[in-house]
Structures are given as structure tokens and as C-alpha cells.
Ligand binder design. Structure first.
Ligand code: PMP
Length: 353
């Protein structure tokens, strides 16, 4: 830390993204990227748009917003586009939390939430998950704060049905409820159909997972137009050109070929269930997943040990050192071939126990 760094960030511990080591070729099952490349039409669209890179992008992202509205059956003014969904989440912390309005979220959830709270200088309260790592919905009734719920939750992969989220919305008419649906397309129920009914609901989604565009950095928020305007105020006050021209072009081409994305999601879900069964045969306890990853532990093998042994053998998965989940690992679902290799190597490790 330099002597110039503001005191207000003295305690700030930055978010640590999943590792990307370059020392060898790994099977990368550690950052929940999509197993499939983007639709081939995206390359042409990006190539064409590159001729316009001397010009700023459209700060209103009109064309992409219209295309997204069409895809989701919403109106363009119900949507805000951001640089990944991390950005819309940060905007929500900035817009809807303050000294008197804490952020409220589960103790085990997306690790960026406490970091956003700290960098935005807002207090936060963590509500423990139940022993089985599910959310106790009642714990969120009449909460004095802005609620952040990842649904499905990460890193557990467990989803709440929409009607349970609706109970949280109904019992919090004076607070914003942010539902982070980064993984929703892998088998969970979206709350998008509720945005017209609840003016306190903000749904966030991303193109990083189900739409194979993690490298393009594209996310969005959906909600009541007034809520969206607040978030636009934050966006225009930080970075109005937050989506670059290449990503705008990529996003449109991506949505025009959305059947490709949704078909890939179905394949990933099938591969996920195949992987689950194989892990269970080895004695793993695997949480029910509505995402493109599995959260699993083995009674005879520590989480960190499995992570390290797999890394030595060229396979990356994600281990979290948080006390409550240190026995688990989060395993992103890759291609069927990658998962067969993963299962074969896990089998060898288990046998050597
Ligand atoms: N929410 C959750 C629960 C996530 O796991 C992630 C991915 N790390 C994000 C949001 C943000 O993803 P992105 O910024 O790529 O949209």
C-alpha cells in the first residue's frame, strides 16, 4: 500500500477472481465459464464493428437494449446494460444502500457482495444459511436493508423457487430486493416475470455464463423503469461508455442466435447430471444444482487436498477457505470430454486413498 492510499480503504480486501495459471495447459473447471465458444456469427459482427473503433459507442446502447427487450419479452426502459453483471451489482450497492440502509445477504454467497459493500462504504449484515446450505426465506422477511440474493446461490448452486422469492418481495415493500440470476438459465426459475408487479425488484443477469460471453463483459439489470433510471444515474456518473462497441456488436449477434445458447445450456445441464451421478458413485455428497457447476464434498478427502491434487494433475477446480464450506469444492461443468477426464482422475485419487 502506498502512503497515498486513502485511509477509507485501509481495510479493503479486494475480490480474488479464479486463478488463470499459465504454467501448463489446464482443464479449467474453476470459473464457471461456458463450456462452449460463442456463436460463430459473433466473430463476423465484431470484425465488422472494429472499423468503427475510432468512434465512441452509443452510451444508451439502444440497439442491444431493443434486442434484449425482444428476447426477454420486456420493454427497453426496463433494462440497463453493464460491463458484466458485477457492474450492475456494484451500481445497486451504490444506488440503494447507504449508512442507514445496510446491504443484507447470506453468509455464504457470491464473494463480491461484501467487497462491494466495503468499497462503497456501506454497512452489511450476513444471514447464515441453514445447515444444509439452503436459504431460510423467513430470515429475509421485513428486513431493514437492501437484500441481495443470488438465485441460484453461489457457490452452493441451490435455487429457490420463484414463489419463495416472491414472499421476500411481498414482505419488504420498503426495501429493494436484488435477485442475482447469473446462473438462472441452467434450470432455475427467473424472477423477470415479476418486475412489473414489484417496484422493489431488481433482477440482474449476465451474458458470461449461459451466453458464452464472459470475455466480452456484458451484464444487465431488469426492473421498474424508475429503479432503472436511478441505476442509469449511477452509470452516467461513473462510465457512460461502459459497454464498448465490440461487445455491443457481440451482444446483438449473440441474442440473434439465442437458440444456440439455450441448446448449449441444455447440454451442460445433461453433462452436469452425468457428472453428479459419477461423483455420487465415488461417495461424494453433491448439492442439488441449478447452475453450470456442482458443489461437492467427500467424507474421506479434504476439499483443499482434492483441489491441490487435481491441480497437480492439470485440472483446476475452485476451493474456498471459508470455514463453513472448506470441505467442499466447486466444479464448473465443462464439455462431456473434459468431465469424463475429470471423473477418471478423481477416480484415481479416490482409489489411492
Ligand atoms: N453473480 C454471481 C453469483 C457470480 O458467480 C458471478 C460470476 N463470478 C457474477 C455475478 C458476475 O459475473 P459477470 O460479471 O461475469 O457477469
Amino acid at each position: 500500500m502506498s502512503r497515498f492510499f486513502s485511509d477509507k480503504f485501509a481495510e479493503l480486501e479486494a475480490y480474488v477472481p479464479g486463478e488463470q495459471p499459465k504454467d501448463q495447459q489446464y482443464i479449467k473447471l474453476n470459473t464457471n465459464e461456458n463450456a462452449f465458444p460463442p456463436h460463430p456469427a459473433i466473430a463476423g459482427a465484431v470484425q465488422e464493428e472494429s472499423a468503427n473503433l475510432h468512434l465512441y459507442p452509443d452510451p444508451e446502447c439502444r440497439d442491444l437494449r431493443e434486442e434484449l427487450a425482444k428476447t426477454l419479452g420486456l420493454k427497453a426502459d426496463e433494462l440497463i446494460l453493464t460491463n458484466g453483471s458485477d457492474e450492475i451489482l456494484n451500481f445497486a450497492f451504490m444506488a440503494f444502500c447507504d449508512r442507514h440502509i445496510p446491504a443484507v445477504f447470506p453468509d455464504i454467497t457470491y464473494g463480491f457482495y461484501p467487497v462491494f459493500a466495503k468499497v462503497d462504504q456501506v454497512p452489511y449484515r450476513e444471514i447464515p444459511l441453514k445447515d444444509d446450505l439452503t436459504i431460510e426465506v423467513k430470515d429475509y422477511f421485513q428486513t431493514a436493508g437492501t437484500i441481495f440474493i443470488a438465485n441460484p446461490n453461489a457457490p452452493t448452486g441451490i435455487a429457490l423457487p420463484r414463489n419463495r422469492i416472491e414472499e421476500i418481495l411481498q414482505t419488504n415493500p420498503y426495501n429493494v430486493v436484488v435477485v442475482d440470476e447469473a446462473y438462472v438459465d441452467f434450470g432455475a426459475e427467473s424472477c423477470l416475470p415479476l418486475i412489473r408487479e414489484y417496484d422493489n425488484l431488481l433482477v440482474t443477469q449476465t451474458f458470461s455464463k449461459s451466453r458464452s460471453l464472459a470475455g466480452g463483459r456484458l451484464g444487465f439489470g431488469a426492473g421498474n423503469p424508475e429503479l432503472i433510471r436511478d441505476l442509469e444515474t449511477i452509470r452516467y456518473s461513473t462510465n457512460p461508455y461502459n459497454i464498448d462497441r465490440l461487445t455491443l456488436a457481440a451482444g446483438i449477434a449473440c441474442l440473434k442466435n439465442d437458440e444456440y445458447n439455450m441448446k448449449n445450456c441444455r447440454i451442460i445441464m445433461e453433462t452436469r447430471e452425468w457428472t453428479r451421478k459419477e461423483l455420487e458413485k465415488f461417495g461424494f455428497d453433491v448439492k442439488p444444482s441449478s447452475t453450470n457447476f456442482l458443489f461437492a464434498r467427500h467424507p474421506g478427502l479434504g476439499g483443499e487436498e482434492l483441489y491441490r491434487t487435481l491441480k497437480e494433475k492439470g485440472i483446476l477446480i475452485r476451493h474456498f477457505s471459508l470455514e463453513r464450506i472448506k470441505d467442499y469444492n466447486r466444479i464448473s461443468i465443462g464439455t462431456r470430454e473434459q468431465m469424463e477426464k475429470f471423473i477418471a482422475v478423481v477416480g484415481e485419487i479416490i482409489q489411492q486413498q
